[in-house]
Write a protein that binds this ligand. Structure first.
Ligand code: IYR
Length: 221
């Protein structure tokens, strides 16, 4: 049997006042995050992206299996391949695969099948979930894979915002082509495609509001 080993936990030890200030500051900062669809082609150093991915990889995961992997793409040919394949799927989506209601719901966002940002943004991050690992030639399923990778991706988006960069959570559907283009192992499934970079000059975003807390919290005190 594997014995667990524990080490002392290092807490933060803040006063309530500090916690309140930090929670307000963090909310204000997070509330400035917006998804954008118009990127600048201005390059971003790779080290910044590596640090962002390191932050994402601090996410909690089922049995600490860390069931994620990230492809970090700046290669122009690779970006073009991804754009081409994504647009083939999206053309299908917008011309009948999505319901009429779905297309209507997307109207305020001005999206269509064309995805120029996949070539323009300096970096694409493709997040993969690792459904299982192979240990001693045997398949071992990972646990809570969707939850774990979802949390890591949220932390990734936060880290991108903290670094002063912008992103789009792009979900071309189906996404199988990403594993093919990027030649991923059989245990990996694409989870999200995230262009990262600076916003283009005069980038516009939809005028939307976030739900107030009365709509999202139910109290039991
Ligand atoms: N995958 C398509 C459609 C799309 C769907 C949702 I839900 C969005 O919030 C945005 C787009 C696309 O990327 O255009």
């Amino acid at each position: 049997m594997v014995k667990s080993k524990f080490i002392p936990f290092e807490g933060q030890d803040l006063t309530e006042e500090e916690m309140l200030t930090r929670s307000i500051e963090n909310y204000s900062f997070m509330n400035t995050r917006r998804s954008i669809r118009q990127f600048s082609d201005r390059p971003v150093p790779r080290e910044i992206l590596e640090n962002i991915i390191k932050a994402a990889s601090t996410a909690p995961s089922g049995a600490h299996k860390q069931p994620w992997s990230f492809c970090l793409i700046s290669n122009p040919e690779m970006k073009s391949k991804i754009k081409e394949a994504a647009e083939i799927e999206e053309k299908e989506n917008y011309s009948g695969r999505m319901s009429e209601q779905w297309v209507k719901d997307l109207n305020p966002f001005g999206t269509n099948w064309q995805k120029p940002f996949l070539e323009i943004a300096p970096w694409l991050i493709v997040v993969f979930k690792r459904v299982y690992e192979t240990v001693d030639g045997k398949k071992r399923n990972n646990y809570y894979v969707g939850e774990s990778v979802g949390i890591a991706t949220g932390m990734l988006l936060t880290a991108i915002h903290r670094a002063g960069l912008c992103s789009l959570t792009h979900t071309p559907s189906p996404m199988n082509f990403l594993a093919e283009v990027l030649q991923r192992p059989r245990n990996e499934r694409a989870f999200l495609l995230i262009p990262v970079g600076y916003p283009a000059e005069d980038t516009m975003v939809p005028d939307i509001n976030r739900k107030p807390i009365e709509e999202i919290i139910t109290y039991f005190e």
